[in-house]
Design a protein around this ligand. Structure first.
Ligand SMILES: [Zn+2]
Length: 253
């Protein structure tokens, strides 16, 4: 190869590298999300950013969609956990506004049981009812599951994580999830996070994207956007954006 050819090959390589680096950086910097994406008002089956999760990663017979990048990171974490004898099977991923509305209104109407909610309590007001449901269930419009970045895995019962198997899985996640980009937004209450959603050892979030979505949520979403379902008026009174959406563990901020 002559000198000229070598020099021009190196130049092409440098330019190509710089260009791809710049494009990648721009992609991250420019990644912004619409109100519809932040509120779960999209159809993941028709959205190029999403993928349908293979059934081998799912617990039972469910259809789950996640953002493609989230799924890629999850499969790496799943494979790594598996080598330690831990199965991080998915129970939930993306949930639409309408899906969350069905859960919320089911609990609001008493058709779905909500821990701690007693309809025969004469002092049960709408505000109290919303607060009790909010311990474990999100209002439509304030769920991180709308984003396609958050997953529920293994078991939704807090008691499972007190068993030997449950403790082993959670301990593995506490040590290793961050290496795959995942954080636990709803940790046990402490001096930093003393209210909001109760601890969920099964709920993990893909930080590189959910962090950007949280920032866009802060910029774009108002209380007037959290509407269109039973008891939605309580959202503003309970300041759910401040007290729930932003009330997350330091690991996810
Ligand atoms: Zn969850």
């Amino acid at each position: 190869m002559n000198k000229k050819l070598i020099i021009s090959s190196i130049t092409i390589l440098i330019v190509a590298t710089l260009f791809s680096w710049r494009t990648a950086t721009q992609n991250v910097d420019n990644l912004t999300f619409s109100k519809s994406e932040l509120l779960g008002k999209i159809k993941p089956a028709n959205n190029a950013a999403f993928t349908k999760v293979d059934s081998e990663y799912i617990l039972g017979d469910r259809t789950i969609y996640l953002r493609k990048e989230v799924f890629r990171a999850f499969t790496k974490m799943y494979d790594s956990a598996k080598t330690c004898g831990i199965e991080l099977k998915l129970i939930s991923g993306f949930r639409s506004f309408e899906h969350q509305q069905r859960i919320w209104e089911g609990k609001w109407n008493g058709k779905i049981a909500a821990t701690g909610l007693n309809f025969s309590d004469p002092n049960l007001t709408d505000l109290k009812k919303a607060q009790i449901i909010l311990n474990y269930s999100s209002m439509p419009g304030i769920s991180r599951h709308h984003w396609g970045t958050d997953i529920d895995i293994i078991d939704l019962n807090p008691k499972y994580f007190e068993t030997t198997k449950g403790k082993k899985a959670y301990s593995w996640l506490k040590t290793n999830a961050k290496n795959f980009g995942f954080c636990q937004p709803y940790t046990a209450f402490d001096s930093i996070r003393s209210s909001g959603f109760w601890e969920e050892k099964w709920h993990w979030s893909y930080f590189p994207i959910s962090d950007l979505m949280l920032k866009d949520y802060q910029r774009l979403i108002k209380y007037s956007d959290i509407s269109g379902f039973k008891g939605c008026w309580t959202a503003d009174s309970l300041k759910v954006i401040e007290n729930y959406v932003f009330n997350i563990s330091a690991d996810c901020k």
